[in-house]
Every structure is written in structure tokens, then in C-alpha cells.
Design a protein around this ligand. Structure first.
Ligand code: ZN
Ligand code: ZN
Length: 379
């Protein structure tokens, strides 16, 4: 087995210094493609301008999917690193540079073992995770049909390098988004009876929406509804025509997700009917919850322990990850999202977020070993 550590660290530092936002990962894509081609790895064309998909192994045996994401965030880096972002207003604050480098290392290791592999790996370097769109776009190209199981990785600042976070069941939430425009009738502030003030309708609606989770969801279920943006009016003596609220719904279960959406519509319609106002609802279904398969979780744990990683329980979060799309598109299939301890002390999306480079090479080796173990796993 060759040691790619120095090469991967150099790639990680280069990617970190030159962050690219979702669907603009042109240089990142070029770097990954070139290295895969140089190693003689088969590229799978998606037709998308960014992102790379490749395949290693043989047609016989099980095909498993592996996914890393590539995009950065629109924010300025504050950490004082020698390889700090050179692009003002752009930063790898979610570790996707680390994921790209770690997955490339895994691809190189799997390629070395290609003749001995009992199956095949389809590896996705995905664009635009932060836009919650990349996974769906890759799935729509039709290249994801083959894998029986899908594995995703993510850096995790809560755990030090050398530690992996695993947990069976739901680990991240579905991410739905709503916008409600309430239409009333404008008038002078002194003549409310001549108009239909949308502001008290908005206030009543916000209060009412808060009762969906507290009064109609099992208190043991993690469900969240946040109204995060409310807007109405322009000044002190005009009753406005319109009011607007925006927010998000997070759940860990598809049935609850559907029930919350239904109650949401009912409450908006009911409150508006009571006031005689009119509402327009824009509901945007985002990615589903990330549900870790218990059997794959046990496999990942045994591989981790064999390799000397410390294994800890991954925390559940109502944050989202479009990795879940791979568990539903184009078919429902089992998968696992593994957290790789990368230390650093600052949460993802923080301007001081950093990744401990010591986690990189072990991560590549772990992904390659896990992929091979998954190809061999008995059903
Ligand atoms: Zn992120
Ligand atoms: Zn991320």
C-alpha cells in the first residue's frame, strides 16, 4: 500500500486556500479529475459542470456508493492558518475540502486493490451540498442506480482526530422550508376599520404555528418548527397590504414530516379564514432525514475498532444533510453517514472552523477498508 499522506495534505491545503461555492467548484473538479485519470480510474460522466463520479472494481459482486462533497461557504475565514482562504468572502468552513481529499485518498487505495475487490465502488465527489441541491442534481443524472448501499462522511469538530462518530437510526433531520404571504387591505393607521390589517393576522398565525409541535406531536419525537423571518409594513402611520413570514420545519420521520405539513396548511387556512385574510403558501420540500442503517453501522464500528479508532456515539441534530437523497433517489436503499473527528474546537460554519490535518490519511484508509468490508458483507 502506497502512502499518499503528503500528497493528500498538499491537496487539502490547496483546496482550503482556494474555496469554491456550490456549482462553481471548477478548479476543485479539475484537480480531482486529473488525479483520478492519472491513477487510471474510470470516470463516470454526469454531464454536470462540476463534481466528479468514478467507479473502481468489477461488475460482479456488490456495488457500494461513497460520497464526499466539495463546496465552500460564502463567509470570510478568521483562523490564522498558513493555508488560509485566499478568496475574500469564501471559506471551507464545513470541511468539504477535507472530505474531497480524504475520498480521493480512498479512491487511490481502492484502485491499488482493484484486482482483489469482491465488488465495485461508485464514488461521488458531489457539488453544492451547502445549497441543498447537489445530491438531487447528481441523482437526476441517472448515475446512482447501481449501488446497493451508500456511505457518506463528514468532519466533526466535537471529536479529536482518531475518533469516529457512529449511531444507528436517525441522525440528521429533514429540511423543509416555508414562506407565507398574508394579504390584507391597506389603510390609514387611524382607520383600521376601512382596511384589513395583516399584522394581527401574522401575529396570530405565528402563535398558532407554535402549537403544532407542542400540542400535536408526540413529545418524545424530535420535531421543530421555527419562524425565522417576519416582515410587514414600512412606517408608523400606514396599515400595510401584506405581511410575510418564513421559516423551517425539521423532522426525523417521514410520517411526522407529512403530518406537520398538513397541520401547517390547516392552521394557515384556519387563521386566515377567521380574519378574512388571504394567504399564499410556498412550501419547499428539502432533503429527507439521514437514517443510519443498524447493520451498516455495526460493520463500520467493527472496521473502526480493527483499525484502532476510538468509536463514540454520534449526536443527533436537527441540522440537515443532502446525503439523505442517496438513501431515496432513485430507489430507497440503506446507507450510513459517518462522522470523522477533526478537532479544531469551533463548530462547522464558524469563521474560526479548522480541521486537524492528522485526521486526513487515517480517514482515507478507513473509507477504503470500510468500502471493501461492505462489498464482502453477508446480507
Ligand atoms: Zn455545512
Ligand atoms: Zn458539510
Amino acid at each position: 500500500m502506497a502512502n499518499y499522506e503528503e500528497e493528500l495534505l498538499a491537496l487539502f491545503r490547496t483546496l482550503h486556500a482556494h474555496p469554491e461555492l456550490g456549482f462553481e467548484e471548477f478548479e476543485t473538479t479539475k484537480a480531482v479529475r486529473q488525479r483520478l485519470e492519472q491513477a487510471g480510474i474510470e470516470l463516470v460522466e454526469t454531464g454536470l459542470p462540476t463534481g466528479v463520479v468514478c467507479a473502481i472494481g468489477h461488475g460482479e459482486g456488490r456495488c457500494i456508493g461513497l460520497r464526499a462533497d466539495m463546496d465552500a461557504l460564502p463567509m470570510s475565514e478568521e483562523a490564522d492558518l498558513p493555508y488560509k482562504s485566499c478568496v475574500p468572502g469564501k471559506m471551507h468552513a464545513c470541511g468539504h475540502d477535507f472530505h474531497t481529499a480524504a475520498m480521493l485518498g480512498a479512491a487511490l487505495l481502492l484502485k491499488e486493490r482493484e484486482a482483489e475487490l469482491p465488488g465495485r465502488a461508485l464514488i461521488v465527489f458531489q457539488p453544492a451540498e451547502e445549497l441543498c441541491e447537489g445530491a438531487r442534481r447528481v441523482a437526476e443524472t441517472g448515475v446512482l442506480d447501481e449501488p446497493e448501499w451508500f456511505f457518506g462522511i463528514h468532519s466533526y469538530p466535537e471529536f479529536e482526530a482518531g475518533t469516529l462518530g457512529l449511531r444507528p437510526g436517525a441522525v440528521m433531520a429533514s429540511v423543509d422550508r416555508f414562506r407565507v404571504t398574508l394579504r390584507g387591505v391597506g389603510s390609514h393607521a387611524a382607520s383600521p376599520h376601512k382596511g384589513l390589517d395583516p399584522i394581527p393576522v401574522m401575529a396570530a398565525l405565528i402563535q398558532s404555528l407554535q402549537t403544532i409541535v407542542s400540542r400535536s406531536v408526540n413529545p418524545f419525537s424530535p420535531v421543530l418548527l421555527s419562524v425565522t423571518h417576519a416582515q410587514a409594513g414600512t412606517t408608523w402611520n400606514i396599515i400595510p397590504q401584506e405581511a410575510l413570514i418564513e421559516g423551517t420545519v425539521r423532522t426525523m420521520d417521514e410520517q411526522e414530516r407529512a403530518e406537520v405539513k398538513e397541520r401547517f396548511y390547516r392552521q394557515v387556512e384556519g387563521v386566515c379564514a377567521a380574519w378574512g385574510a388571504h394567504a399564499e403558501i410556498d412550501w419547499m420540500d428539502g432533503s429527507p432525514a439521514v437514517i443510519n442503517d443498524p447493520g451498516l453501522c455495526a460493520l463500520a464500528e467493527s472496521v473502526a475498532r480493527e483499525m484502532g479508532f476510538e468509536v463514540r456515539q454520534q449526536e443527533q441534530t436537527l441540522g440537515g444533510e443532502d446525503f439523505s437523497e442517496y438513501l431515496y433517489r432513485p430507489v430507497k436503499r440503506p446507507g450510513l453517514f459517518v462522522r470523522i473527528g477533526t478537532g479544531g474546537g469551533y463548530a462547522a460554519h464558524h469563521p474560526l472552523f479548522t480541521v486537524d490535518p492528522a485526521a486526513l490519511w487515517p480517514a482515507s484508509q478507513y473509507i477504503a477498508r470500510l468500502a471493501e468490508a461492505a462489498m464482502k458483507k453477508q446480507r
